[in-house]
Design a protein around this ligand. Structure first.
Ligand SMILES: Nc1ncnc2c1ncn2[C@@H]1O[C@H](COP(=O)(O)OP(=O)(O)O)[C@@H](O)[C@H]1O
Ligand SMILES: N[C@@H](CCOP(=O)(O)O)C(=O)O
Length: 356
């Protein structure tokens, strides 16, 4: 039997886009790829859980990414899906080569992409053909509880996402993680006990239109801000005027970004936020100065600027002059002695499985 091979391709994402905290996500054209080979003719494997993991890309040199299939985020998520379906390990003999250009801990949804690719990997290697994209979303939300990144990475495009309140019997199931990211490997170190399957229909999404003239300029500082840390600085309660401020803008944002030609003044207003960016400036030197000074009036081509996800990447939406916009934003970071990389990205399709 010839070895089977396929590629899972998952986009990075920018969450929030200003006021849409934990709601809005935008899939962007930088892709995590899993190159998977399965030799089902083999009867035994020398690798733990029948899986060899190799990695190239971001964090490769620092050795930040574990190659142990029970610890690596992608393969442990795949194992979680497999174990929910009574498959304890990968098929003999599986090789997962991860190619990851998405910077880690920078607010471009590297963990969301890893979770989505991992869930898709579990489906493919386990031949779990009945799992629809909507059901895969449930599995993702057992691991990454905010739906904006995983929704964009799974379904693609510019999305609004929302969670259905869990039924009382699901809330009572204490094994269902309500924390941000599972603290331990999903499904646990293999104890032989079947892990909890997700409740059905936890998360939902809706696709918004996107005006084709609009590109996303990502200015990526060299330092990392783990998402969990950027959530710890947020308050548990908000002043009512700040909530109203964001509600007013979130009602505008999807309409403003779908209109062609784009209206810079409207988009600039629609991208303002009072629920997360002001609190995160303590972690991201220069953030307030950038958000307050970069306007369509001062920067031709600019439509609006925001923190990408939990940061520290800054996302500028623009119709032109990308290099000038990026250079100006990088100059604010340079004042703080912070180097940056920058890229022009476009909205991307969701996760695909490519077979030769
Ligand atoms: N391709 C990958 N393979 C394995 N682990 C990954 C991968 N991408 C991200 N991760 C894990 O996710 C962490 C970053 O997650 P997070 O703090 O949420 O930042 P981000 O904004 O990049 O999603 C990394 O430090 C790493 O542990
Ligand atoms: N809504 C979340 C999004 C986190 O995105 P990431 O790309 O930084 O993981 C938040 O703002 O915390």
């Amino acid at each position: 039997m010839a070895p089977e091979s396929f590629i899972i391709k998952t986009p990075c994402s920018s969450a929030n886009i200003g006021p849409g905290f934990d709601v809005i996500g935008l899939a962007l054209s930088m892709y995590l790829e899993l190159h998977v080979t399965i030799d089902r003719s083999k009867t035994a494997s020398e690798h733990p859980l029948n899986c060899r993991v190799t990695y190239e890309g971001q964090g490769e040199e620092s050795g930040d990414i574990s190659l142990d299939p029970e610890i690596n985020l992608i393969t442990r998520v795949a194992l979680y899906v497999l174990r929910c379906h009574d498959q304890r390990s990968f098929p003999v003999e599986t090789h997962v080569h991860i190619k990851n250009p998405i910077p880690l801990g920078r607010g471009l949804g590297s963990s969301g992409a890893a979770v989505v690719a991992g869930v898709q990997l579990g489906k493919e290697v386990g031949q779990l053909h009945h799992l629809t994209p909507e059901r895969l979303f449930d599995y993702c939300l057992m691991i990454e509880r905010h739906p904006d990144n995983v929704g964009a990475a799974l379904f693609g495009g510019f999305v609004g996402t929302y969670l259905k309140p869990l039924a009382p019997e699901d809330v009572a199931r204490t094994e269902i993680p309500l924390s941000e990211v599972l603290p331990a490997p999903a499904g646990g170190i293999d104890t032989g006990v079947k892990p909890p399957s997700p409740p059905h229909g936890i998360g939902h999404h809706i696709k918004f239109p996107w005006a084709t003239e609009i590109k996303a300029v990502a200015i990526i500082p060299e330092f990392e801000v783990p998402t969990a840390k950027a959530r710890e600085v947020l308050p548990s309660h908000y002043p009512r005027p700040d909530v109203t401020f964001n509600l007013q803008r979130i009602a505008l944002l999807p309409v403003a970004l779908g209109q062609s030609p784009p209206d810079p003044e409207l988009i600039y207003l629609a991208m303002q936020d009072k629920l997360h960016q002001p609190y995160r400036q303590t972690l991201i030197p220069g953030l307030t100065a950038i958000v307050e000074s970069m306007t369509p009036a001062t920067q031709p081509g600019l439509l609006g600027v925001c923190l990408s996800g939990a940061g520290p990447t800054i996302l500028a939406l623009a119709t032109g002059n990308y290099e000038e916009i990026a250079t100006k934003i990088m100059s604010y970071f340079a004042e703080q002695k912070i180097q940056c990389d920058w890229k022009v990205l476009e909205p991307a399709e969701g996760t695909q499985v490519i077979r030769a």
